[in-house]
Design a protein around this ligand. Structure first.
Ligand SMILES: Cc1cc2nc3c(=O)[nH]c(=O)nc-3n(C[C@H](O)[C@H](O)[C@H](O)COP(=O)(O)OP(=O)(O)OC[C@H]3O[C@@H](n4cnc5c(N)ncnc54)[C@H](O)[C@@H]3O)c2cc1C
Length: 579
């Protein structure tokens, strides 16, 4: 075995997406040592896929817009399951995130007079989504990386973190290995920020690329003792590609509907008329996804099991300048979207649940452990508004960085626990010795199960069946024979099993339909369920499926200024008592 590479730092940041990079810049601004680690190359974190834009109530086109309206829209469209404190922080601070990006050279789209352009995204009252064509995420990563490189902050690329380390009741580093050389990487740190993205790759059809969003961050935090929340709240985006099969799930950004795209069923009917006649295609993602799902299930879908998304009525110049990546994405498979409609269907897109954090600091329940970005729960409730995630990763990346930095400055890292490290090494060596092809096949089976049983619409029977299937997959993984190993696949599978189980258990407990969580057997929204579901680690002797304990917690009230912008009738429907 090669000698492990040991690193010592003040704060370790796991993840080089937008949240991780922004956290690292915040630490550098405090003159603290930071080490960034990502399992993909630094220019290729998942954030680069983000297309349509980033929200902030700048009021550059619609001057009435304010952070209070932004917060009210986020709370309301999240079906009142978002944490009002986190939402208000996000909406107050999003304009500052835009100014920072401008300062760091972000080439935002602008009006002729130089103001930043803002466009509509579904269910926003005003135009508040800032963008760069349909490659906003890529430009954000470029801007943040320029800043990270200017400050010479160290980044370890293609390093897979398998475990967080802890000692004396707090987190003090991490264990991983370099994916190309196989060399072990051991990091000793006074605080750790997990910014490792979501878990939607547990679904067969998802907008993620292969081997990302496998729930690693949530699993790392949970295994270290942190709680998860609202894992059943998975956003299904209304529009993913359905054909050809190798492109299945690939996102067709909401900007297409924002620019005027129309949804049609097999009969050419503009069916959103029957689901949300007022907002039509610009209705909320949960409603449009459910509408698409319903049309397809009712037999009004296309040949490949989708519906049509049509922009052929738009001027070609508009398509070329506002959604160029989508134009190219379909051109690559022989479809000219200026002349023919796109075939699309719902695709798993975003983890609205995740690691439970305290909004103002983004600290988890474990001392020394912080989390930021898609890996966390809190802001989006039961339905994320398009454009809010990019705002979230910047605002809360910075906040997590500042607070983890303060913690690290006040608390020296305890020495590494060598016995724990030896035990984790032995577990990894065991996984590395098992046949990787079996681990990969179990991943595919897990994804199929989640798509079929825990998808856009679920019920007790499908959820119970999924839970049994997960138990069986876990057993098959644990007893799989020796063979050419694939440690990354084995650990991906372990994280996916853990986060899939949390998703199913949350979905079983939430006996109502709300936003993205649609129960066939509980079709109504239940006022009593306006609560967050908290999942805490509870180690059973066997260390297996009974290791989760679920409780519920109250959500904070919005401030009076935000509350005043929400109709009483909407609040009543969602379950809040109207005084
Ligand atoms: C196609 C698409 C389009 C989108 N468009 C928009 C949009 O227009 N607007 C919007 O607001 N949101 C959008 N989103 C959502 C948004 O892009 C993401 O939620 C956001 O970028 C997440 O950023 P993050 O920093 O939290 O995580 P990520 O960008 O996912 O980064 C996670 C990082 O963690 C690393 N990592 C993971 N596991 C490990 C491990 N075990 N060891 C080491 N490193 C690890 C990864 O390598 C990566 O560097 C879109 C999402 C998709 C899929």
């Amino acid at each position: 075995m090669q000698t492990p590479q040991l690193y010592t730092t003040d704060v370790l940041v796991i993840g080089t997406g937008g949240a991780g990079l922004r956290a690292a810049i915040a630490l550098a601004e405090r003159n603290q040592r930071v080490l960034l680690v990502g399992k993909r190359p630094k220019m290729d974190a998942h954030t680069v896929l983000a297309a349509g834009g980033i929200n902030a109530a700048l009021g550059s086109l619609d001057q009435q817009d304010t952070w209070q309206y932004h917060a009210a829209d986020t709370l309301k469209e999240g079906r009142f399951l978002g944490d009002a404190q986190a939402i208000e922080l996000l909406c107050q601070q999003a304009p500052q995130a835009i100014s920072e990006l401008e300062r760091w050279g972000m080439p935002f789209a602008r009006e002729a007079d130089g103001r930043i352009s803002q466009r509509y995204f579904g269910a926003h009252r005003f135009r508040r989504t800032c963008f760069v064509g349909d490659y906003t995420g890529q430009e954000i990563i470029k801007a943040l990386l320029r800043e990270v490189e200017r400050r010479q902050l160290p980044i370890l690329e293609r390093v897979y973190i398998s475990d967080l380390l802890s000692s004396r009741g707090r987190v003090n580093g991490a264990l991983g290995w370099q994916l190309d050389s196989g060399q072990e990487v051991l990091i000793h740190a006074a605080a750790v920020i997990v910014a490792a993205g979501g878990h939607i790759h547990i679904y067969k059809r998802s907008s993620s690329r292969r081997r990302e969003n496998t729930g690693d961050g949530m699993a790392l935090a949970f295994k270290a003792g942190a709680a998860l929340a609202d894992m059943e709240l998975v956003q299904f985006h209304p529009s993913g590609m359905v054909w050809p099969l190798e492109c299945e799930g690939t996102l067709v950004t909401e900007a297409v509907r924002g620019e005027g795209g129309r949804l049609l069923n097999r009969d050419g009917e503009r069916f959103m008329q029957r689901y949300d006649a007022e907002r039509m295609e610009l209705s909320t993602r949960d409603r449009v996804a459910l509408a698409n799902y319903t049309e397809i299930s009712a037999g009004r879908g296309t040949e490949h099991g989708g519906v049509w998304l049509d922009v052929t009525h738009l001027p070609r110049t508009q398509i070329e300048s506002r959604i160029p990546r989508i134009l190219a994405q379909f051109q690559a498979v022989g479809v000219d979207i200026t002349r023919e409609p796109m075939e699309i269907a719902p695709t798993a897109h975003y983890s609205m649940g995740g690691v439970r954090v305290e909004p103002a600091s983004h600290a988890t329940s474990v001392p020394g452990l912080y989390a930021a970005g898609e890996v966390t729960a809190g802001v989006h409730g039961a339905n994320r508004l398009g454009g809010n995630s990019l705002a979230e990763i910047l605002v809360f990346g910075r906040i997590a960085g500042e607070h983890a930095g303060a913690y690290a400055a006040a608390n020296q890292a305890p020495p590494l626990d060598q016995a724990l490290i030896a035990q984790l090494r032995a577990t990894n060596a065991d996984w590395a010795s098992r046949d990787g092809s079996i681990q990969r096949s179990l991943i595919a089976q897990l994804q199929q199960t989640m798509w079929e049983s825990v998808g856009v619409v679920r019920d007790a029977a499908t959820l119970e069946a999924a839970l049994n299937r997960l138990t069986s997959l876990r057993q098959q993984a644990a007893t799989s024979p020796a063979g050419p190993g694939d440690l990354a696949a084995a650990l991906d599978l372990q994280s996916m099993l853990l986060t899939a189980e949390a998703t199913v258990r949350g979905a079983l407990l939430r006996t109502e339909s709300r936003g993205a969580h649609q129960r066939r057997d509980y079709p109504a929204t239940d006022p009593a369920w306006q609560r967050t579901i908290v999942i805490k680690p509870h180690r059973s002797a066997a260390g297996t499926l009974s290791a989760m304990s679920l409780t519920t917690a109250r959500l904070p009230e919005p401030s009076p200024a935000v509350r005043a912008l929400i109709d009483d009738s909407e609040l009543e429907l969602a379950g809040r008592l109207v005084e």
